[in-house]
Design a protein around this ligand. Structure first.
Ligand code: SF4
Length: 368
């Protein structure tokens, strides 16, 4: 890499820190967001990505199940939730959950990913029955389920301390946590967009306890709405500090905001520049996170592929059904085959590695 390019772009000091594997500061992060030289920011992030993960890019064969859209939190950015007795409200029965899993029984899926609304009336046994049903129907798959926000509600209805609730959920088959739900670790954004939901401090506390109880999780950031560059960088630093403490985060996932069917309709979609920059700056700031994911369902397969050269080393999975973001209410089927995912990765010049939920290789496909 040519140091003079970074000199000319005013990024020489950051380049030197990255080359020396030194931690970047808050000010460095803000400068990376504001630099006009996105290509150079991407090169720095790619250097870190190569250092941590070589030329590998991961994907997973997974199935998503969003088991209820009933939610009492009414976040202003959310297009998914429904009021309990509204016309769009649904809560899957155990028979329906089993049916959804059996539909894909012929595929070697290794992960069942379940998140949902915060239903105020579901009893604790709903969650344990849910885990039991998935485990019984698909015993070979790892169950990754429940955001920290859902865990708060589950703990409430379990009437047990959080540690005991988590141990009980693990006994029923919970294997890992998806890690979303906090959106942005910022008091201002919390007040403006999701005041009914737990704040950042609460989210970090639940993550800390869950990691302490042996559950690995991811973390995410919802970007492209009201947040500032400073709030994004502060979010990274708060996650980085918790990771120093627990080591429980596997992957960070920037989530592009989609305004359709939300109270914030009118906010334009994220740009390619911002999508790539989020990947690159997160890779550079989150020096203790093993993996950065470009989630194809949020930014599209084309940007997800490009992001593999801007710091990402994972493009998520086959998905099947996804109801959290969609433009039309009836549009839930979103799927890429294993071959399509592997082709996207290989075309980007990377080695495609099918992984399980913990990044253990399931299958490696050579570069062609
Ligand atoms: S983001 Fe989650 S908690 Fe907020 S309204 Fe939507 S489903 Fe409910």
């Amino acid at each position: 890499m040519n140091a003079s390019q970074f000199e000319a772009a005013g990024l020489a000091d950051i380049y030197e820190k990255v080359a020396a594997e030194e931690r970047l500061s808050f000010e460095d992060g803000v400068r990376l967001f504001r630099s006009r030289h996105i290509g150079l920011v991407g090169k720095l992030a790619h250097l870190v990505r190569q250092r941590k993960n070589g030329n590998r890019a991961y994907y997973v064969r997974n199935q998503h199940i969003n088991f209820t859209n009933v939610c009492s939190k009414r976040c202003r950015f959310c297009s998914f939730y429904a009021k309990k007795d509204g016309p769009e409200a649904y809560t899957l029965t155990m028979e329906e959950v089993e049916h959804r899993i059996r539909q894909f029984a012929h595929l070697p899926i290794t992960e069942i990913h379940m998140v949902a609304g915060v239903h105020p009336k579901l009893p604790y046994t709903y969650y344990t029955d849910l885990l039991d049903t998935v485990k019984r129907t698909r015993p070979d798959a790892i169950i990754k389920a429940f955001t920290m926000i859902e865990l708060e509600q589950i703990q409430k209805v379990s009437e047990m301390p959080l540690e005991e609730t988590i141990q009980d959920l693990k006994a029923h088959g919970l294997g890992a946590l998806p890690g979303g739900g906090v959106e942005v670790l910022s008091k201002r954004i919390h007040q403006e967009l999701f005041g009914r939901k737990m704040d950042g401090e609460g989210w970090l506390n639940i993550a800390r306890v869950a990691h302490g109880q042996g559950l690995k999780s991811n973390a995410s950031l919802l970007y492209g709405h009201l947040e500032t560059d400073e709030e994004r960088v502060d979010h990274f630093i708060q996650l980085r500090e918790l990771q120093d403490e627990t080591g429980g985060f596997l992957c960070f996932i920037p989530l592009a905001f989609h305004a359709e069917r939300t109270e914030l309709e009118g906010i334009p979609p994220t740009t390619g520049n911002l999508d790539l920059r989020m990947i690159a700056v997160s890779r550079l700031m989150l020096d203790n996170f093993p993996h950065i994911k470009s989630f194809w369902i949020m930014i599209g397969p084309v940007m997800a592929q490009l992001a593999l050269r801007y710091g990402a080393d994972d493009i998520d999975g086959t998905i099947m059904e996804y109801e959290i973001t969609r433009e039309k209410i009836e549009q839930t089927h979103q799927e890429l085959s294993r071959d399509q995912l592997a082709d996207l990765i290989r075309e980007a010049g990377c080695e495609a590695v099918e992984r399980d939920s913990f990044y253990n290789p399931v299958r490696e496909l050579a570069l062609v």
